[in-house]
Ligand binder design. Structure first.
Ligand SMILES: *[C@@H]1O[C@H](CO)[C@@H](O)[C@H](O)[C@H]1NC(C)=O
Length: 348
């Protein structure tokens, strides 16, 4: 027992060291003191009983209902308030509860390739369509009211999507921006994408008017979540392995080019606008995180339109958020690919 525990600890430390090596660069941003939100104690929106977990992305529809979140058995669930809890909203064409409900003998790691794994979610507010970046199924969409989703894109330029990850929408034109994190590794191998420095990810755009998808930028290092800027001139994209945010210009003199937007003190996942031209970026883990010491780490950062960190959220190391969305009244909804609930943090 004791030696087993030490083995695990040693493995964790070597992983931490490995992450240090692959993600080390001086970060001026980390040093600056900014206002901090304490997310040690949060309200939970617990997933239905069983082995279900991992509400990765948290989305709200045009009426402000939700959150909606994709979970480990391949479904997207909708939160209907404390009394009713979660209900099934949508699922991919291959989903069935018989084949996809996890059990002790059949963990989700054995079924997710077939059952799907919804990651990024985003509503097109005008049409009510929900777009889903499913790690294994590709880009999908479901009409208002939910039900079975339609698979829209499974390959672009003849190259199959292997690890569809983040999604955002130009709410005016309806164009959908999304990422494929790697040509070489699928979601279950996400640690390899970081470890090998894999730079075969792609930034893609789907046009709902033509039904076609195009590559905007190839050879990106672990592109993950993304968000379109408030003025719709550019995209902010997480590059997870190198702990950076990138900026891709859609319009203007730099259109079609990509540049560094910010160096981060941790591994970014989804990026969400805060409706004031700034962004919340969820961090999976800090760059230099050790598995001992004070049980507190960075959960998320608020970044302004110039790439500067202006606020942070901290909480227990066991919480590794994948998305943070700010709603009215200073409420922040936090998704995680590992936990059994969505957290609601209230800003004091
Ligand atoms: C991910 O890719 C590996 C290597 O090709 C494969 O062995 C594995 O089955 C894939 N995982 C899933 C869940 O599809």
């Amino acid at each position: 027992m004791a030696s087993g525990t030490r083995g695990v600890a040693a493995a964790t430390i070597s992983l931490a060291v490995l992450l240090l090596v692959f993600c080390f660069s001086p970060s001026t941003a980390a040093a600056a003191a900014v206002p901090s939100i304490d997310a040690t104690w949060t309200r939970h929106l617990p997933l239905p009983r069983g082995l279900l977990r991992g509400p990765e992305s948290v989305a709200f529809d045009a009426k402000g209902q939700g959150p909606y979140s994709g979970v480990s058995d391949g479904r997207v669930l909708k939160w209907n308030g404390d009394t009713l809890g979660w209900s099934t909203y949508t699922y991919n064409p291959d989903y069935s509860s018989e084949a996809c409900t996890a059990s002790l003998l059949r963990p989700e790691t054995a079924t997710e390739g077939h059952c799907g794994r919804p990651l990024g979610l985003r509503f097109h507010l005008k049409s009510g369509y929900l777009y889903i970046a499913d790690a294994y199924k590709g880009l999908m969409r479901v009409a208002p009211g939910g039900g079975e989703a339609t698979v829209l894109v499974t390959e672009v330029d003849g190259v199959p999507l292997r690890f569809t990850n983040g999604v955002d929408i130009d709410q005016v034109t309806g164009e959908v921006y999304f990422t494929d994190s790697s040509r070489n590794y699928n979601r279950s191998q996400h640690e390899m994408v970081t470890r090998t420095g894999d730079s075969t990810g792609r930034l893609l755009r789907y046009d709902p008017r033509t039904g076609k998808a195009v590559v905007l930028q190839a050879d990106v290092t672990y592109p993950n979540g993304l968000a379109i800027s408030a003025d719709r001139t550019h995209l902010i994209i997480s590059s997870t392995g190198p702990c950076k945010l990138l900026r891709y210009w859609i319009k203007g003199s730099k259109a079609g080019t990509m540049e560094l937007f910010a160096d981060l003190p941790g591994y970014p996942d989804n990026v969400r606008p805060d409706k004031k031209g700034r962004y919340w970026v969820a961090l999976h883990r800090e760059k230099a995180e050790l598995p001992f010491g004070v049980d507190s780490h960075l959960l998320a950062l608020r970044i302004d339109a110039d790439g500067k960190i202006i606020e942070e959220m901290r909480g227990p190391k066991g919480v590794r958020p994948t998305e943070v969305v700010e709603r009215k009244g200073g409420r922040l909804f936090m998704g995680s690919v590992e936990l059994h609930y969505v957290s609601v943090v209230t800003r004091k």
